[in-house]
Every structure is written in structure tokens, then in C-alpha cells.
Design a protein around this ligand. Structure first.
Ligand code: AVI
Length: 340
């Protein structure tokens, strides 16, 4: 049995911490860890990678020589910025809202925003995030760099932001860049796209970044870099559980493992237990037993083909209008419109 309901004697002290840790622990995270570590094949969501340290490590990943997606999408947006912006701006230069889901530091979006300003587009940029501080950072850098741009940050869940925007007059152009779509489980991805599509009116547009299938070795290397930054990013999840849930993961006893399945087109990442060990999670008041070399699955990163992208869109009521890609066909930013 992987789970022990009673803490072994040497862990009695941390068990008494349970009440204290549980008071400060995020209940959603605690519940997720309980469910994820209770399964026969253990799994935690990559959604929890992004605490402050995880977000900093992800910034470092994006600079790595092996991690081609960010650089390549940057090239795609730079090379095709005029055509992309032309596809987002409504006919007759009408006023429109540009909504961005998961804007991050906005570095890539700024390529498009500059282009839109240059073309004197009548645009309101609305970055959407549940973190008010992330949005404030982006909005203040935009006030400095592009003082004439109208910015209307929306602190909301994606679905709520879209529902709120639905009643606004004029086109909504949605951006979902960075291949974030690749981190969804296929079913969740389809549900997400269908939910987005439901909120769109026929004149709206959606631009999504997809990492494309390519040489499997190149993909694998991007998630197993020589400097070990991706390993640190994956392991940071355990540091987070130690801090936020009073867990006692010994980081020296865990390692990062990743592999690419070229038939499915997915990178799967794991944390591997180097030896048989017990881990106590104070906020849950429970211990979990791991066998030597047992794994916790932590991330999927799907890679796509163009026919798959078309099928994905079609199943959600979205038609591919244009595909913007780099010379090597490594990455695509795909423009969809609702088909009704
Ligand atoms: C955020 N997301 C698109 C990244 C990816 O490539 O799947 C997260 C990542 N995981 C490891 N390296 C980068």
C-alpha cells in the first residue's frame, strides 16, 4: 500500500505539525496532493510548478540553448508580425479588444503590440490573469514602453474574463501563445477550446501557439538540458510541497526524468524516487511510501502536427484561417475563427 494512515514513530513530531500547516496550506493544493499521491500511478499537476522560484526557473529555461520553443515563436511573431496583426485587426480598422490568456512577461506580445501601434490600430490590450501582481508588472512596463497603448488588465479566470467580454461591442482577438496548450491533458484541452469557442462571436479571432512535432532527440533535449535547469524546475515542486504543506521530501533522493513518445507526440516528465522511502505531508497528516525507482508524473508537453491542429479546432467549432510558422516548421502560431 502506498499510503500509510498513521505516521511512523519517528514522524510523530511532524504529525503534530499537521494542524498548524493545514491552517496555512492552500486547500486546493492539499487536496490535489492527496489525490495525486494516492493513485497507483502517482501524478501531480504541472500547474503547481509556478511558484515564485518556479517562475524564475521557467524564465531561465526559456533562455537555454536546448529550449527552442520560446526563441522559435519569437522568430515566428517577428517575421510575420505585419501579417499576424493584419489578421487580428477588424475590417475598416474598427476598434477591437486584444485579450491575452496567460500573458507572463509579455515579451512576445510586445512584438505584436508595437506593430499594432505602428499601424495605428484602434486596440485595447486586455491581459488576463488570476494574479493581480503579475498583471500590474506587465501593465507598468507597458505604460513605460508604449505610453499611447490602451491597456485594460483583467484579473479573472479565463472563462470569467471571456464571459465578461462577450457583451462588449466589437471584435475580440484572443492570444494564447507559448505552446501553453501543450500542457493540457487531451480531454481538458478539448474542453478548454470548446469553452473558449462558445464565448466567441463569428467576427472574433483566436491565435494559438503550438510546438510542432520534429526530431524526437531535439524535443527530448529541450526538456533535459545539460545545465540541469529543467531538472531544478521539476524538483522545485517538491520544495514547494515541503514549504507549503509541511512535507519532508529529501531532494537528494529524487531525480528528474523525461522522455519523448514520438508516436503520441508527448514529452512526459517524472520525479523518480532514488530509493525506498516514506514521505510525510504534515498538512495532510499522512505519510506516503515510495518504492525504489517509483515515479511521480509531473508534466505532459504535447507536440502537434498541422492535421491534428485542424482536427482539434474543428472539434471545438473553430476553423484554421492562417498558419504562421518558421522556416524549419518547428513552431506554429495558428489563427482560428469560429465556423458557424
Ligand atoms: C509552459 N510550457 C509551455 C512549457 C513547456 O514547454 O511545456 C513548460 C516547460 N516544462 C519544462 N520545460 C518547459
Amino acid at each position: 500500500m502506498p499510503i500509510t494512515n498513521t505516521a511512523p514513530p519517528e514522524q510523530a513530531q511532524s504529525a503534530t505539525m499537521a494542524a498548524g500547516a493545514a491552517q496555512t496550506a492552500d486547500p486546493a493544493l492539499a487536496q490535489h496532493v492527496l489525490e495525486g499521491l494516492s493513485r497507483p500511478q502517482r501524478a501531480l499537476s504541472s500547474m503547481y510548478f509556478y511558484d515564485d522560484a518556479g517562475s524564475r526557473l521557467f524564465q531561465q529555461i526559456m533562455e537555454l540553448p536546448e529550449y527552442y520553443p520560446t526563441r522559435t515563436e519569437f522568430q515566428v511573431l517577428t517575421q510575420h508580425r505585419a501579417a499576424i496583426c493584419a489578421s487580428l485587426v477588424p475590417e475598416n480598422q474598427a476598434a477591437f479588444h486584444l485579450l491575452e490568456l496567460g500573458a507572463g512577461d509579455g515579451l512576445k506580445t510586445k512584438i505584436l503590440l508595437r506593430q499594432l501601434l505602428e499601424a495605428q490600430a484602434n486596440v485595447v490590450y486586455a491581459p488576463v490573469d488570476i494574479s493581480a501582481s503579475a498583471l500590474e508588472g506587465l501593465a507598468s512596463s507597458l505604460r513605460h514602453e508604449m505610453p499611447t497603448l490602451q491597456v485594460q488588465p483583467l484579473v479573472a479566470e479565463y472563462a470569467a474574463a471571456l464571459a465578461q467580454m462577450r457583451t462588449q461591442a466589437g471584435r475580440k482577438a484572443l492570444l494564447f501563445l507559448g505552446s501553453n496548450i501543450g500542457n493540457f491533458h487531451p480531454e481538458a484541452r478539448q474542453q478548454f477550446l470548446a469553452a473558449l469557442s462558445k464565448q466567441l462571436t463569428p467576427n472574433d479571432r483566436l491565435l494559438i501557439g503550438f510546438d510542432l512535432q520534429k526530431n524526437p532527440r531535439q524535443i527530448r533535449a529541450a526538456y533535459d538540458d545539460a545545465q540541469g535547469v529543467t531538472a531544478a524546475f521539476n524538483l522545485n515542486l517538491l520544495t514547494r510541497l515541503n514549504r507549503e504543506l509541511g512535507a519532508d521530501f529529501d531532494l537528494g533522493q529524487w531525480e528528474h526524468f523525461t522522455d519523448y513518445d514520438p508516436q503520441v507526440g508527448v514529452i512526459r516528465s517524472y520525479l523518480v524516487s532514488r530509493r525506498a522511502q516514506q514521505v510525510h505531508v504534515a498538512a495532510l497528516g499522512r505519510s506516503f511510501a515510495f518504492a525504489a525507482w517509483e515515479t511521480i508524473h509531473t508534466e505532459n508537453s504535447y507536440k502537434f502536427t498541422l492535421p491534428q491542429i485542424e482536427a482539434l479546432g474543428a472539434a471545438a467549432g473553430l476553423a484554421v484561417q492562417q498558419v504562421f510558422t518558421d522556416e524549419q516548421n518547428w513552431f506554429a502560431d495558428v489563427l482560428f475563427a469560429p465556423h458557424r
